[in-house]
Design a protein around this ligand. Structure first.
Ligand SMILES: C[S@@+](CC[C@H](N)C(=O)[O-])C[C@H]1O[C@@H](n2cnc3c(N)ncnc32)[C@H](O)[C@@H]1O
Length: 261
């Protein structure tokens, strides 16, 4: 089973289905961004605090990592940044290209995995914007390692990720409003499935998702030379039963910097 291939196909299908997280921003949003009134999200609902960004984005080299879909990248480009977006799904990248073409924006798009960024030299970017996506890779350590490698000294990594709590419940029961504890963390969508069930799951075009520990999410960044400089939590905006009990998304601001020589 190749999680990358499955998730690339699954995200292409989400675009065809018009699923959430695949809808590009409107013309009006780009106009507002051009005028300096811009916002992006790393999670589902909340906007990233403006003070997590420098005063001006003009010329700032930003990598939007696993961020296709026509949202963060075109907004940041319209706000003046020099933006590159990397995503596994060709169709998610098409959404970014379509907005760029519609609005006359300069945007660099690359199809690839967040875990492996050989097309970038060391210390190239000022900032990485990495919305919730690392649930689609089994191993987080290469993601943080590559992020650290391609960022300049004092470069900033803004990440959204899931609280592992989200993954301990039976997914089907959760959708019906019942919270039934089923999985242990770390988890995979394929845990506990028979061979036949795995085949059916993959053929249905579902994404393969991994529930990571908070240690791998937070200490994982610190291990690669980041200092955590901010965090907040977010939820699904009331659309999931769990929202009544806990916020299932976390966003962090991390700065690449050496504390000791
Ligand atoms: C929830 S969306 C996040 C981006 C979207 N702009 C948003 O804000 O909702 C997750 C994205 O991760 C991408 N993705 C999944 N696995 C990936 C991987 N291994 N490397 C790069 N991108 C990946 C998907 O194609 C999808 O565009």
């Amino acid at each position: 089973m190749d999680a990358l291939k499955q998730n690339a196909r699954a995200w292409d299908k989400k675009v065809d289905d018009g699923a959430v997280y695949t809808e590009p921003v409107s013309k009006e949003e780009i106009e507002r961004s051009r005028a300096g009134d811009w916002h992006i999200s790393l999670t589902a609902i909340k906007k990233v605090p403006r003070e997590w960004f420098p005063r001006t984005l003009d010329g700032l080299k930003i990598l939007c990592l696993a961020a296709g879909g026509g949202q963060q990248a075109p907004v940041l480009a319209a706000a003046g940044a020099d933006v590159t977006v990397v995503d596994l799904s060709a169709k998610q990248l098409e959404q970014d290209k379509a907005v760029a073409e519609r609005e006359g924006l300069q945007l660099n798009t690359i199809q690839g995995s967040m875990s492996d960024l050989p097309f970038f030299e060391d210390e190239y970017f000022d900032m990485i914007v990495h919305p919730v996506a690392n649930l689609f890779v089994e191993n987080l350590s290469p993601v943080w390692k590559e992020a650290s490698r391609v960022l300049k000294d004092k470069g900033v990594l803004l990440s959204g990720f899931t609280n592992p709590f989200l993954f301990i419940f039976d997914d089907e029961e959760d959708m019906k409003g019942n919270l039934v504890v089923k999985n242990s963390i770390p988890s995979s969508s394929l845990d506990g499935l028979t061979e036949e069930e795995v085949i059916r799951y993959l053929e249905a075009g579902h994404t393969i998702e991994f529930g990571h520990t908070l240690e791998n999410q937070i200490q994982g960044q610190i291990d690669e030379g980041f200092v955590i400089a901010g965090m907040y939590e977010d939820d699904f905006g009331g659309s999931r039963p769990l929202d009544k009990f806990i916020k299932c998304f976390i966003a962090t601001k991390a700065v690449k910097m050496k504390i000791y020589d």
